[in-house]
Design a protein. Structure first.
Length: 289
């Protein structure tokens, strides 16, 4: 039998006892665990621990999710931190478009691998909200600020031309589920990149462009894709990237109209200019002329 030296035992203990970073991301309720709460750990395998809210036993799935150092002001207040998720594909981009991450809560804790038997063994290092997310090639960054922070700043809409509201929210007021903006149907054909429905998809060309499709049955059940083109003559929706499986006759779906946040779309397509939350009257500078 191989005998390990004292040094090797110490190195092994350091690996086993090193701190592990776990994250609870509340995409639904912000004050309770629900089906939209995500649980991840920055580790090479699953960790079984307890939720931040309620202390209920929970499995934390491994994810390459790193965070920046926590910097504090002269007053001891956390300014902001950035989370980075590697190996992100197009499906994650569509997920982020479908589930608005803005103003959602994220809690990060540290714990030791050999102290997993009690929820009190974890230390909260950050409790905040997601301000914005951005995608680079193969990764996603989330900029976050603490829930309780300095009050020495002004709040409000970002000063930009495009609309700041999320399509269909209480600021936008457009009803995404109205008969004009949503259709539930059954595919009569398709491929991995298209869905055909000659019965329900009879709207004018490009009607569903910049919208979204949600598969509700079949091999692609629950998959979401953006719509980049719609052809009325064939009842064909074209996806921004392929499904994992080919769309088959009989697969059910829901398709929703979308918005590109431009004043022209808000005014001409939805007659909703009075609820446009962009600063479309920003004066031009010389470089814009």
């Amino acid at each position: 039998m191989l005998n390990l030296s004292t040094t090797l035992f110490q190195l092994k203990d350091q690996v086993l006892r090193r701190p592990i970073q776990i994250h609870d991301i509340y995409l639904g309720s912000q004050v309770a665990e629900d089906e939209n709460t995500l649980h991840f750990c920055y580790f090479y395998k699953q960790i079984n621990f307890f939720t931040y809210i309620g202390g209920v036993a929970q499995s934390y799935q491994p994810l390459a999710m790193q965070r920046s150092a926590i910097k504090k002001s002269l007053h001891g207040e956390i300014d902001k931190i950035t989370y980075k998720v590697d190996n992100v594909n197009r499906a994650m981009t569509d997920y982020a478009n479908a589930i608005d991450f803005r103003n959602k809560r994220i809690v990060t804790r540290l714990l030791y691998r050999d102290y997993l038997e009690d929820s009190v063994n974890a230390k909260v290092v950050f409790d905040g909200i997601i301000q914005s997310i951005s995608f680079e090639e193969g990764s996603m960054d989330a900029s976050c600020v603490p829930i309780i922070s300095s009050l020495a700043f002004e709040t409000g809409w970002p000063y930009q031309i495009n609309c700041n509201a999320k399509f269909g929210d209480t600021f936008c007021t457009v009803d995404k589920n109205s008969s004009a903006n949503r259709v539930n149907g059954t595919a009569t054909g398709g491929t991995t990149a298209t869905l055909i429905d000659t019965n329900k998809l009879i709207q004018p060309d490009d009607y569903w462009n910049i919208g979204e499709i949600l598969m509700t049955s079949g091999s692609n059940n629950k998959a979401r894709r953006k719509i980049i083109d719609f052809d009325q003559s064939t009842g064909t929706l074209v996806f921004d990237f392929e499904m994992n499986f080919s769309v088959s006759p009989g697969d059910t779906y829901s398709v929703f109209r979308g918005c590109d946040k431009r004043l022209k779309t808000c005014r001409d397509v939805y007659s909703n200019q009075s609820n446009y939350h962009g600063f479309h009257a920003i004066p031009l500078n010389e470089s814009n002329l």
